[in-house]
Design a protein around this ligand. Structure first.
Ligand code: HEC
Length: 101
């Protein structure tokens, strides 16, 4: 392999490592977050009533979800929702909403 070609291969490998992880997380976050749109507004942009999620800090959203998950007794809507996701999925959802303006 010519050195120039080797550089291309390296650049391509670098791009594969750096970018898709981000893209997959955002995509997976959006898909999961769409479950929240019905009540919290499209893309979390609630127009009033139920809390707005768009732009909420990731740590705050994750904290609230874990708090609601742990709430006892309770079988209200948010507790059920909060329990339905793994921690990894919650991270993806939170990353998605944190980046919505
Ligand atoms: C069926 C309606 C419904 C759906 C779907 C829903 N929520 Fe909620 N959510 C509510 C209601 C109602 C409240 C306020 C009452 C409460 O705290 O239980 C709330 C409260 C919250 C809060 C607390 C906000 C604050 O500032 O106190 C967060 C965070 C939240 N929801 C996140 C989510 C996420 C993330 C999803 C999707 C995975 C989701 N919700 C899906 C109805 C819903």
């Amino acid at each position: 392999m010519k050195p120039r070609h080797f550089t291309y291969v390296l650049a391509l490998l670098g791009a594969c490592v750096l970018f898709p992880v981000q893209a997959v997380r955002a995509e997976s976050g959006r898909l999961l977050a769409s479950n929240c749109f019905q009540c919290h507004g499209t893309e979390g942009r609630s127009q009033g009533g139920i809390d707005r999620l768009a732009g909420m800090g990731a740590n705050k959203l994750i904290g609230e979800m874990k708090e609601m998950r742990a709430k006892t007794p309770g079988n209200d809507m948010m507790k059920v929702h909060a329990r339905a996701y793994t921690d990894a999925q919650l991270n993806d959802i939170a990353a998605y909403f944190a980046n919505v303006r």
